[in-house]
Design a protein around this ligand. Structure first.
Ligand SMILES: [Zn+2]
Length: 327
């Protein structure tokens, strides 16, 4: 922990500030979903231990080896769709419902916040979503949101647990292009609807966040489960500060190096599991977790029920903000 003049772990001063805060922005990263059992991006397991996950999340990697990249993303989709939202997702969803001036900018692509009942109009998934697929053809604009199929094609069927759990030298098979996900509109190759390294973030979402930022002073910035080092997270923390916000960081490990995310300027530092800390520190607004369940109602732990037509239920599409993802 870095040295601060006040006690940065003091929960009562945070709660007092939260209680009188109107405009709040939360920035979320992988740590938010850690206790849902999802490996962080850099810690992909099993078959993928022998691959550098960072090097698979680029347009160049997809062009070079779409079979390999699709198998990596298929495994990530299956892990995300099998996981459940945790108490931290529910706490943030409840805060959104209680406070319409609260927005959440998330770097997570796992879709657990929408599934926890987080209102779509207050959620900005700036890195896209694993449940979105889109066409790679230059002349085609096909985008599909809320695709929760465990296997997009038979060739991408889930691997048996023993193939993905153990550290193995087995290489993923080379799937022919025609057996990878294809566009129903133009038969071109589909790709995951996530933002890869070197790609730009969705401009419509950034415009909406800027619009919110310009509306007036910000009271509080919550930095949750992220080091805050990655753009745009780092920029938003600074912008909130300039707009008057106090900053609270909630993370499993809080770096003491001020160069890594401006931690030294934070007003509060809460170190530990987000799923334990968020319900506790947000309690003055959201109440107990029993009350949170009441606030979320039917949205609590929602998962897209397949309709008889095999699609996703219209209720879920409405709740998760179709049209709001990556383009
Ligand atoms: Zn197409």
């Amino acid at each position: 922990m870095p040295f601060l003049e006040h006690d940065p772990t003091d929960m009562s001063s945070f709660k007092a500030h939260l209680a009188q805060s109107k405009r709040i922005l939360a920035l979320c990263g992988a740590g938010l979903s850690a206790s849902s059992g999802l490996a962080t991006f850099r810690g992909a397991g099993g078959l993928w231990k022998t691959h550098d996950a960072m090097s698979l999340a680029t347009p160049q990697a997809f062009t070079k080896d779409p079979s390999l990249v699709w198998q990596f993303y298929s495994a990530r989709r299956q892990a995300a769709f099998s996981a459940k939202p945790n108490a931290a997702h529910h706490a943030l969803a409840a805060l959104s419902i209680k406070n319409k001036d609260f927005i959440t900018v998330t770097q997570n692509v796992d879709g657990l916040s929408p599934r926890a009942g987080h209102p779509a109009e207050q959620l900005f998934p700036v890195h896209g979503s694993l449940s979105t697929v889109k066409c790679t053809s230059v002349f085609c604009n096909y985008v599909e949101f809320n695709n929760f199929e465990m296997a997009l094609t038979p060739s991408l069927a889930p691997q048996p647990a023993d193939a993905t759990e153990v550290d193995t030298d087995v290489q993923p098979p080379n799937i022919p292009l025609e057996q990878l996900p294809r566009c129903p509109k133009c038969a071109g190759l589909l790709r995951p609807g996530v933002v890869w390294f070197s790609e730009t973030l969705p401009a419509d979402l950034l415009d909406d966040i800027d619009g919110w930022m310009e509306k007036g002073p910000v009271d509080l910035c919550l930095v949750i489960g992220t080091s805050g080092r990655v753009w745009p997270a780092a920029g938003y923390i600074d912008q909130c500060r300039l707009n008057g916000a106090k900053v609270a960081i909630v993370n499993m490990e809080i770096s003491s190096d001020p160069a890594l995310g401006g931690v030294a300027d934070a007003d509060w530092l809460f170190e530990g599991d987000c799923a334990r800390i968020l319900p506790e520190i947000l309690e003055p607004v959201i109440g107990t977790m029993d009350q949170v369940k009441e606030i979320l109602g039917d949205q609590h732990d929602t998962f897209p029920a397949k309709t008889s037509q095999g699609g996703v239920s219209p209720e879920f599409i409405a709740a998760s903000g179709e049209g709001r993802g990556y383009y």
